[in-house]
Design a protein around this ligand. Structure first.
Ligand code: SF4
Length: 265
């Protein structure tokens, strides 16, 4: 006789399935003749990712006891996300786009920087933070004692807003699920949100930079802090000292030591 799942189990199962879908895993199968909840592995069929198996109720532990699986084949998972984005026309920002800016960097990065959206240089090159603001970000990263290649860099929206305007909420809402999937794959220890737009979209709050900065937020499996966008620091270099304080918080968390002559100039 078919035993129905209780409401809580159904809710948890739905959340798990949503998680796998966000990872790009859509097909599941169950062993014929097995218990109602499979007691070996709820396997992902033709998954590009090497996902750790989930335990099932039959083994004495709940299906949900185990932590969410860690994606092993990160490049394949990111490639799948990029393929899902495709030649995206999901929001109006596609109209002025030359190149979609997906994200760049070390897939195993402990540190991830998230900005607002591509500017003209990024739109031309298809890579985030490559213009003047990008040069300053590189300097900020060097001041932390690491290299650009050590971190992962992405934006809330992947197409350049016309005239570098701030992306609208609906544009951020449409595009950010892809960023969430990137974060789930990379699983950085620390995320630094660059500027108010990134911070407000990631944290779903509407607050001033003064209130947003200087503290840690729990975000997915990471710790998140907020600092000034490098473009803002170019306009108001006096704030570099404040940004350096934020980066030092990240360094402490990551156990990084600055090189002898650290500078964000
Ligand atoms: Fe698609 Fe994001 Fe570009 Fe909008 S900004 S068109 S959602 S990739």
């Amino acid at each position: 006789m078919t035993k129905s799942l209780d409401a809580n189990t159904k809710k948890q199962l739905a959340a798990r399935v949503d998680y796998y879908r966000e990872m790009g895993i859509y097909d599941f199968y169950r062993r014929e003749g097995g218990p109602e909840v499979p007691n070996e592995t709820l396997a992902a069929k033709e998954s590009p990712s090497d996902v750790a198996p989930m335990r099932a109720a039959g083994g004495g532990r709940s299906l949900f006891d185990s932590p969410l699986p860690v994606i092993q084949d990160k490049p394949a998972a990111l490639k799948l996300i990029r393929e899902d984005i495709g030649d995206c026309t999901r929001c109006r920002l596609h109209k002025g786009r030359n190149k979609l800016v997906f994200g760049v960097g070390n897939v195993n990065a402990d540190l991830m920087f998230i900005g607002e959206g591509p500017g003209a240089d990024e739109d031309a090159q298809g890579e985030p933070f490559v213009g003047r603001a990008g040069q300053l970000l590189n300097n900020m990263i060097s001041a932390m004692g690491i290299k650009r290649e050590d971190v992962y860099i992405a934006n809330v929206v992947k197409c350049r807003p016309p005239g570098n305007r701030t992306p609208e909420k609906d544009e951020c809402d449409t595009c950010s699920p892809f960023l969430m999937r990137q974060i789930d794959v990379i699983r950085p220890k620390v995320i630094v949100a660059l500027g108010a737009v990134a911070a407000k979209n990631l944290l779903a709050v509407n607050d001033s930079m003064a209130n947003l900065r200087g503290r840690w937020y729990e975000f997915k499996n990471s710790k998140l802090l907020v600092t000034y966008h490098p473009a803002y620091l170019l306009r108001d270099p006096r704030q570099k000292k404040e940004a350096w304080k934020d980066l030092q918080m990240a360094m402490k968390e990551l156990g990084l030591k600055p090189p002898a002559k650290a500078s964000t100039e």
